[in-house]
Design a protein around this ligand. Structure first.
Ligand SMILES: [Zn+2]
Length: 125
C-alpha cells in the first residue's frame, strides 16, 4: 500500500519528510536536503528543504535533479522527520498491515446476497 501521509512516532502527523540529496546526487548534492510532501491532490512533490541551498542549486540543472529527487523519494522507505530528525517512514515504505478487506467487485442485489448466503450455509452441511 502506498503511503499518502507522513507520521512521526514523536511528533505525530507531518506535512513533509526530509531526505539527503547525496544518495542520488553524490558529491553534487552532498549536504543538500530535500523534502517530500503531498500536494492538495495527493501527488508526491519534492523541493529544497533549506531555502539557503537555492543559491547553490541555481548553478545546477535542477529541473533534472528535482526529477531525480522525486524518483528517489518515491522509493524512499526511510526518511527524516523535519521536526525532530528521527527516522520516519518515507513515501516508498510498504505498509506491512494486511490489505484492506476486499468487497465483491460486483454489487450484489439483496436477493443475490441472500442466495449466496444460503449457498454458503449449504456448503457447511
Ligand atoms: Zn519527529
Amino acid at each position: 500500500m502506498e503511503i499518502t501521509k507522513f507520521t512521526c512516532d514523536k511528533c505525530g502527523d507531518l506535512d513533509s519528510v526530509v531526505f539527503s540529496g547525496y544518495p542520488f546526487g553524490d558529491r553534487l548534492l552532498e549536504g543538500v536536503m530535500f523534502k517530500a510532501f503531498f500536494d492538495n491532490g495527493g501527488t508526491l512533490k519534492v523541493t529544497l528543504n533549506d531555502p539557503s541551498d537555492k543559491a547553490y542549486c541555481s548553478q545546477l540543472n535542477m529541473k533534472y535533479w528535482y526529477k531525480e529527487a522525486l524518483d528517489f523519494a518515491k522509493k524512499l522507505d526511510i526518511a527524516e522527520c523535519p521536526k525532530c530528525g528521527e527516522e520516519v517512514d518515507g513515501p516508498g515504505q510498504d505498509d506491512d498491515a494486511p490489505p484492506p478487506k476486499t468487497y465483491p467487485a460486483k454489487a450484489l442485489s439483496l436477493e443475490q446476497w441472500v442466495e449466496e448466503a444460503i449457498d454458503k450455509r449449504k456448503d457447511k452441511k
